[in-house]
Design a protein around this ligand. Structure first.
Ligand SMILES: NC(=O)c1ccc[n+]([C@@H]2O[C@H](COP(=O)([O-])OP(=O)(O)OC[C@H]3O[C@@H](n4cnc5c(N)ncnc54)[C@H](OP(=O)(O)O)[C@@H]3O)[C@@H](O)[C@H]2O)c1
Length: 337
């Protein structure tokens, strides 16, 4: 068995076309409590673009293998890693800014962060769901504590996190309002949104207020959207913000509605994957894959994600941009029934 592996390294911060180099590196060995996974698919997220551009240069020393989504197969288990056997199909969110990333043929991870892949998902679909799904779950369930019958506003419902969050909020029994361009309204209502508001055609605030406001805002945009959240919140409403913003925010209005704010940087974990897997099994959550590229074309995957707004004929495809790493022994993407 070969002891090396192919990885794509980030060697230069900046434009995608000069940022990556394919290299052979020694294959990692699983330590205590860890498993070695053959990565079949990963995906690109805005975090990858931000890292490549140098936004996190304090945390990422070059050269670096980046990427955080994995769907693949366990090939070796370390001492004490008895939860999995070689051959198990698994998916997970790899720790952010810790250890080797997932633009690689193999990846070592603590078994506590790993779950069995939902059988209904292809590897490409699972890789496209891990980071965004875990983020949506952590935001809506662990932070906001969304309850059945509550009203939730998900910003950017046609995006990666938003499309997962619309479905998760609906599965929790919430009434879901979401902001999306008009051309995406059919798409987001197809995901279960009760109300779609075009953020590009006017101010969403009066529209949400007219509908009676919301108990929870999931802010996937930041800036003004974060600052204005109290204007649409019911008393004792909750806001979960996932986008850090360097501009000072005026939070004065938050006192007026006794708001609770949660600032979230997603963390990996098996329990969240299991919860998402149950929703997948029940047919209440399906990942949306817009494109699948091979690992060798990672720069193109970045360019595609960066290419402006998502949606038909508008720069980038709607849905996640997944990356096939090993040749997959299945159709790269199948539609979830
Ligand atoms: N803190 C965390 O742990 C965490 C985790 C995951 C993601 N994030 C961050 O969350 C953000 C979203 O991630 P993503 O993967 O969902 O990105 P994405 O797939 O690019 O989706 C962003 C969505 O927001 C929409 N949008 C743009 N401007 C908007 C506005 N003013 N109001 C409402 N919607 C708007 C976009 O619509 P168009 O495409 O039509 O423009 C798109 O559908 C990124 O900044 C990412 O870095 C943070």
């Amino acid at each position: 068995m070969s002891t090396s592996m192919r990885v794509v390294e980030l060697v230069r911060f900046g434009a995608a076309d000069a940022a990556f180099v394919t290299r052979e590196l020694p294959r990692p060995t699983p330590g205590p409590g860890q498993v070695l996974v053959r990565v079949l698919a990963t995906s690109v997220n805005p975090l990858d673009l931000q890292t490549r551009r140098g936004d996190y240069r304090d945390q990422v020393a070059l050269p670096a293998v980046i990427g955080n989504d994995v769907s693949g197969v366990v090939v070796e288990t370390g001492p004490g890693a008895g939860d999995f056997q070689p051959g198990d199909e698994v998916w997970y969110l790899a720790p952010v800014f810790a250890g080797q990333g997932t633009y690689a043929e193999f990846h070592v991870v603590d078994q506590a962060l790993v779950d069995h892949k939902p059988a209904r998902l292809s590897h490409v679909e699972a890789a496209g769901l891990a980071l965004v799904g875990v983020t949506a779950w952590e935001a809506l369930v662990e932070r906001a504590g969304v309850r059945a019958g509550e009203r939730v506003l998900v910003h950017g419902g046609a995006g990666g996190v938003g499309s997962a969050a619309v479905q998760v909020a609906g599965a929790l029994g919430a009434e879901v309002l979401t902001t999306a361009r008009e051309r995406d309204h059919e798409f987001v209502t197809g995901l279960g949104a009760d109300v779609a508001i075009d953020f590009s055609a006017g101010d969403y605030v009066p529209q949400v207020r007219e509908l009676g406001g919301v108990d929870v805002v999931l802010d996937t945009v930041g800036g003004d959207t974060l600052a204005r959240s109290p204007e649409v919140l019911a008393d004792r409403g909750r806001v979960v913000s996932i986008v850090d913003t360097p501009e000072p925010q005026n939070m004065l209005a938050a006192w007026g509605v006794n708001a609770t704010y949660h600032f979230l940087f997603v963390s990996p974990g098996r329990a969240k994957l299991q919860a998402l897997g149950r929703l997948v099994d029940q047919g209440r959550l399906r990942p949306v894959i817009g494109a699948v590229l091979p690992l060798a074309d990672i720069a193109q995957a970045h360019t595609l994600l960066e290419g402006g707004s998502a949606g038909e004929g508008r720069g980038r495809p709607r849905g996640k941009i997944a990356v096939a790493v090993h040749p997959l022994d299945e159709p790269p993407h199948r539609t979830t029934p």
